[in-house]
Design a protein around this ligand. Sequence first.
Ligand SMILES: [Fe+2]
Length: 335
Amino acid sequence: MKLWQKSLVAVALSAAALAQAAEVNVYSGRQEELIKPMLDKFSKETGIKVNLITGKPDELISRMQSEGRNSPADVLISTDVGRLYRAETQGLFQAVDSKLLTDAIPASLRHPQQQWFGLTMRARPVMYVPGKVKPEQLSTVEDLADPKWKGKICIRSSDNIYNQSMVAALIAQLGEEKTQAWANGFVKNFAQPPKGGDRDQIKAAAAGVCDIAIANTYYLGGMFDDANDKAAAEAVKVFWPNQQDRGAHINISGAGVAKYAPNKTEAVKLLEYMVKPEAQSWYAEVNHEYPVVQGVKWSQRLESFGQFKADQLQLSTLGELNAKAIQVMDKAGWK
Ligand SMILES: [Fe+2]
């Protein structure tokens, strides 16, 4: 073989090796069973191998930070915009220019400069015990600070990011001073010192500890599927607050492409895959969350919680106001 022939063969071989090696490394803050079937399908359809590492979102963020430029991560998937914001401000993401993503995902559910994208939406409404509370008595989150609810509310602790994001949203909407006054009153209405997770608040309401629980909808959805928790889930009803004004507080799970992604093209392809209607429908349903893409059908369970108007606040604001939210909660004595 002549030299030029040899080099042609070499080029062809390395191209083949590259084609075979198409892969994407995913750091996922979601449990394997809540994401892997979709990643497997992505691999089958695109030939791109997915290497999945799962862990707690905050630990994955720290890991990416300590790995720095050498991080193999291409995509970070995380729940709660507060965490995506944290990853973004630590410089762990890069902007992604994808018309497909910006067309599919409403602007309030993605970073203004496309550093991260919401892939599912979750809501944190009011859950009440019928018989103890009439829906007509409920209106806004602000109203839950009224003394008439004294000793009637269950909610988890202030170190939880869902509550921090909820309070951050209030600061964005009402200002810090009004939110502080709200928090001071709201904490006085707690039925017990905050303990446990969201499911525990719903269980406490079902057990008669409180009349109202604040929890993310997917916990309630998951409880219906769990023989041990089904009765507690059936004991509460969802009330959508602030429907006459800004809409109910929502959050997202989402993802961003890592700043030093070794496989950026594949990473973007994966995100684009996740907003396809079929993927949206599966991913939202298995997590008991809402699709972010308009027109994708909700699961029956979510339909049963009712339609609602969602707050259109740009969600990156929740990250920006996180520190202030923690201060407000501390001052109010929210444990
Ligand atoms: Fe959660």
